[in-house]
Design a protein around this ligand. Structure first.
Ligand SMILES: [Fe+2]
Ligand SMILES: [Fe+2]
Length: 287
């Protein structure tokens, strides 16, 4: 597992003062993005912390002096981009690049290969770990899909991701995807999830999740499917390994058995979420 460079991570967010000014949920998301980009490799690392564009932090300059809280707060209104924007809609540095064309009837695998560029390796690592740990096919699939929606939008990614996959996978899989976002913050040693020291170091011992996350936890912990999202967090936590690159082919059979690929292609099946897929396929459409 990659060791967190705390100073570099703070720098990508605009410095210690900026981190202190963030909500805990925003910090957790930023940390996840940082680790994900580190796993994806140098090409993606520039966008790791999703620092406000134009800030010294977005240049990945770990050694520059930290800005004050006031300077960071001022950056919010000088940036054209918000931190919750999806990977495809912004460039880590400079301009965005042209995307390769999609086939007329794109499959999930096409999206993985052509659009899930920044999230795929982290998700593959997570699914790989779930497979090695002997998890069910539904949990392996949930791990494989859990963060992919971050190509479209990052804020509240558990909920967005579950919605995007709802017509194509079982309710158990979407339950696992939706609630992994909240369960990250709650220890469950019995099932192999310890509150990570990483979070303790980053957030301090007085960390308290936002009320909607706490309410979600209270609901999920009593739910008969509690273990589904819990297992995503168990396999997610250690899924940031820079030199591990599982292949998608490893999961082809599980996808085939558990993912209802629409005949018309994802984005063109007239489902309630088709527009989400089209937005990932063609993010350059102006309207
Ligand atoms: Fe996540
Ligand atoms: Fe993740």
């Amino acid at each position: 597992m990659k060791k967190l460079d705390r100073r570099d991570f703070f720098a990508t967010l605009g410095g210690a003062a900026a981190v202190a000014a963030m909500t805990h949920e925003a910090r957790a998301d930023a940390l996840e993005r940082y680790m994900m980009a580190a796993a994806a490799g140098p090409a993606a690392a520039g966008s790791a912390g999703s620092a406000p564009p134009g800030s010294s932090a977005s240049a990945g300059a770990g050694n520059k002096p930290f800005p004050t809280t006031a300077e960071v707060e001022a950056q919010i209104e000088t940036s054209p981009k918000r931190w919750g924007v999806g990977n495809l809609f912004t460039a880590p540095n400079g301009n965005v690049k042209r995307l390769p064309p999609m086939p007329a009837k794109p499959t999930l695998i096409d999206y993985f290969k052509l659009r899930f560029v920044q999230t795929s390796n982290h998700c593959l690592q997570s699914a790989n770990r779930a497979m090695k740990n002997g998890m069910s096919e539904e949990i392996i699939l949930a791990c494989l899909l859990h963060d992919t929606v971050q190509e479209l939008i990052k804020v509240d990614h558990g909920w967005w991701s579950a919605q995007m996959y709802e017509p194509y996978v079982s309710p158990k899989v979407t339950f696992a995807i939706r609630y992994h976002q909240a369960l990250r913050f709650y220890e469950d040693k019995e099932h192999g999830y310890e509150y990570p020291d990483l979070y303790r170091r980053m957030y301090g011992s007085d960390y308290k999740p936002e009320p909607y996350i706490e309410q979600t936890w209270q609901m999920v912990r009593k739910h008969k499917w509690y273990l589904e999202p819990r297992m995503v967090t168990v396999n997610d936590l250690y899924a940031f390994e820079p030199n591990v690159h599982p292949t998608l082919e490893q999961f082809t059979d599980i996808i085939g058995r558990n993912f209802k690929q629409p005949r018309e292609g994802l984005g063109f099946d007239n489902s309630s979420v088709a527009h989400m897929w089209r937005s990932i396929a063609t993010p350059d459409h102006p309207l």
